[in-house]
Design a protein. Sequence first.
Length: 218
Amino acid sequence: MNDGTIAMIVEWTLLCVVWMGLTDRFLHQMGWKRSTALLILTAFLVTSYSEWRLFLLPVEVNVSGMLLPLLLGGTLWYHLKKKRRKYMITSAILLAFALILLRKLFFWDPVLLFIDEIMILPVLCVMLCFIVTRHAIYHWFLLCVAFPLSDAFYQASFLSLTERCIIGGEYQQDLFWTAFALWSSCYLVIQLLQKTGVAFRTRIAPLIRFKSKSPTNR
């Protein structure tokens, strides 16, 4: 499968899901409108292959893979609680360096790749996101900041060895959107389990609860 294919599939799928209104309740909890989500997804799709070349360095920056996630992360920054902002930006930086170290490790020793890297990194990133915090908006912030930063530093480490460096390219977009798809699946499962637990406590548990007899009636 060519690089960028997974990102395109996930983006188109999310675009259809949002357009059908299946995410309206979640978007309302986030304080977003459906039109805003559609606009953001369309921007990611349109700029998937848009790259800006820097004049001073042989570096090309992809709009969809680098600039838009950071811009979205900056927007989410203002929705975070002020007392949590330093903690979250520190967590995002540490998560980015963890991704860099893993990519370097797999580059130096490919034997460690028991499955494809495009699955290992997103799974690890999503797991760390749920360990750091349980709020969805914080998860989005971590994903939008950690992946672009990690790719920027990772690609910059090879700057002296290559004539063309692309930050936020198709492979980076695959990593980002695979992580987002995994996070969405985990979030839906957690929400389903919570609703099932509430239904069990409020409806089923009272039906099977045994009434204990008073000491005088025993």
